[in-house]
Design a protein around this ligand. Structure first.
Ligand code: NAP
Length: 550
């Protein structure tokens, strides 16, 4: 986003200091908040306000401007599909868009539907308290403003609470340090600098080659080695752009029919039913095609360990063949979990980067960090002198963005207490004791296991239909029950246990990256299409599992 558009966004109308009574208040102006605003304000005619902590729209893409950042859903699927006109008029330039292009797209959407006039920027929500006598939510901001609303909808994203690990001595570091999820908008100049990058998830793997290209030296601190498949980003051809426009409907249908909401079908074969030669050829073709589609090479990669072993061995061999130094290759290929049991990264020249003379890899399993010193990072094997530290250390995922808001429901019970043993809710949408509060892409929904815009549109449309139903019938309160939550949590656990996903013990899907966080498998792994059917069935059966009242 250009500075000009940030300042014009920041100039959006500010709230007065009184308590406006709203029908709905939405927290967050990323993909979900924008669409929820459009649906509630323009479809249902409600009085709606969006509060956004940033100075502009975009959510994830507003904050994650680190070097190498790029979406790993393909651009033609990483957009709204609710409007045929919007789909026809927008054109992506690359297979995987970078944050500036995604922000241009979202600003186009916001301008086209005149959304910014209902968004208040630079406003971080601090408290969200339910007043059970008035059946309203009282919302307080860091700036001291107060709002009252009937419906409260969180559109805060799953990966928006940055995790900066508590490493002793960080305060003493004489250089500069940054978290990738709170990247300075003016950028960071790495030229001539000795840089340390901690973390080898999707973010670290994207950032490594780009930082290495300008830094004097880059040290990558790896705790858990990771698989990665080449993204194979390319500019889109005119022919492909035409194909996308001409086939917009069928692409949308495909995304709605698949497990992950991506525009590609999963092969129906088992990895074990083909010959080793065929399997190798299919993996080679998938490697050449690049991207998250690698997961779709066989139908059983995420449910059969034996099938998965064939993919992980192929990928580990790729690492060994790309990385020239055998010791470095061995550390990079020493991966402790099944392929795609953690969110699989895709990259541009990640493993190749370790062949550069200005790049080194430190294996933190062998030599853990002891502390940060004024001049760099001290591991058990010695000191690494650094001018800049980049924390690509991920997020307090899914629950973090909700819990940092001090949400209190019936009787003043805090969401933090309600979720002290891990998130419990119904359909990922609502928590018992927190009436009229909806959580878009909350834990317990497919969310991060799905191409996000697909998951977001489904939640937004379900919530919109639900509120429309309530208004039509003169109802003012919707609340789920402990029983409905118990059943849903059991379903999430059942679906997770049917996959290899829980086998990655250090996964943020399980909350394992945050010390002290309860280990609960958070996203719903039963598949997006199946989840949509479940939610539609709940609505059709008069909102089964919820109680609605006037
Ligand atoms: P992540 O997957 O949680 O990876 C964080 C990395 O930091 C891991 O390697 C982790 O090691 C390491 N780490 C965390 N705390 C550490 C500590 N105290 N000491 C040493 N290492 C530590 O985070 P991410 O890479 O930011 O990605 C998060 C998610 O964001 C992705 O999975 C994806 O869903 C999304 N994302 C998407 C895109 C895209 O669309 N292109 C790009 C980036 C991110 P352990 O594994 O040992 O915990």
């Amino acid at each position: 986003m250009s500075n000009a558009s940030i300042s014009s966004a920041a100039a959006a109308p500010q709230s007065d200091q009184q308590s406006p009574t709203l029908d709905a208040l939405i927290v967050g102006a990323g993909f979900s908040g924008l669409y929820q605003l459009l649906c509630l304000r323009d479809k249902l005619g409600l009085e709606v306000r969006v509060l956004e902590a940033g100075a502009g729209i975009g959510g994830t893409w507003y904050w994650n401007r680190y070097p190498g950042a790029r979406c790993d859903s393909e651009s033609h699927s990483y957009c709204y599909s609710f409007s045929e006109e919007l789909m026809q008029e927008w054109e992506w330039s690359e297979r995987y868009p970078e944050p500036p292009e995604i922000l241009r797209y979202l600003n186009h959407v916001a301008d086209r539907f005149q959304l910014k006039r209902s968004i208040q920027f630079n406003t971080r929500v601090k408290s969200v308290h339910y007043d059970q006598h008035a059946n309203v939510w009282q919302v307080g901001t860091e700036g001291g403003e107060r709002f009252t609303t009937r419906f409260l909808i969180t559109a805060v994203g799953c990966l928006s609470a940055a995790n900066v690990p508590k490493i002793a001595g960080l305060d003493s570091f004489a250089g500069r340090w940054y978290h990738t999820g709170e990247w300075p908008h003016e950028g960071v100049d790495f030229s001539g600098k000795r840089v340390g990058l901690i973390g080898t998830g999707s973010t670290g793997i994207q950032a490594t080659p780009v930082i290495a290209a300008t830094a004097a030296h880059l040290t990558v601190f790896q705790r858990t080695a990771n698989y990665s498949v080449p993204a194979r980003n390319v500019p889109l051809t005119e022919e492909f752009k035409r194909y996308v426009k001409q086939n917009a409907k069928s692409i949308r249908q495909l995304m709605h029919a698949t497990t992950n909401g991506h525009p590609f079908a999963i092969d129906e074969r088992s990895a074990l039913q083909v010959t080793p030669e065929e399997r190798q050829a299919l993996y080679e073709a998938a490697w050449e095609r690049g991207g998250l589609q690698f997961r779709a090479t066989f139908q059983d990669l995420l449910v059969s360990k034996a099938a998965n072993d064939t993919a992980s061995e192929f990928l580990k061999n790729k690492i060994r063949s790309i990385v020239k130094d055998p010791a470095t290759a061995a550390k990079l290929a020493d991966i402790d979990h099944p392929y795609a049991a953690k969110r699989p990264p895709i990259d541009t020249d990640y493993f190749e980067t370790f062949n550069r003379s200005n790049v080194a890899l430190v294996d933190l399993r062998a030599t853990p960090i002891e502390r940060i010193m004024p001049h760099g990072i001290r591991t058990t094997a010695g000191d690494h002198a650094l001018d800049i530290i980049v924390f690509a250390t991920g997020f307090d995922a899914m629950t973090g963005p909700l819990l940092r808001m001090d949400v209190r429901g019936r009787g003043g019970v805090s969401l933090a207490d309600a979720w002290s043993a891990g998130p419990r809710n119904y359909l990922g949408l609502q928590v018992a004791g927190f009436p009229n509060l909806f959580t878009i892409t909350g834990p317990g929904s497919p969310s991060v296991l799905c191409n996000m815009p697909v998951a977001i549109e489904q939640h937004v449309e379900w919530i919109t239909d639900c509120i429309a139903h309530m208004r039509k019938h003169g109802l003012t309160r919707i609340e789920t029950s402990a029983e409905a939550m118990d059943k849903w949590v059991a379903e999430v656990n059942r679906a997770a246990a049917a996959t290899l996903l829980p086998q990655a013990k250090h996964s943020w899907y399980l909350g394992a990256n945050i010390p002290g966080k309860p280990r609960v498998f958070m996203p719903y792994p039963g598949g997006m299409a199946h989840y949509r059917t479940i939610c539609d069935g709940v609505a059709a059966r008069n909102y089964e599992g919820f109680s609605l009242s006037a």
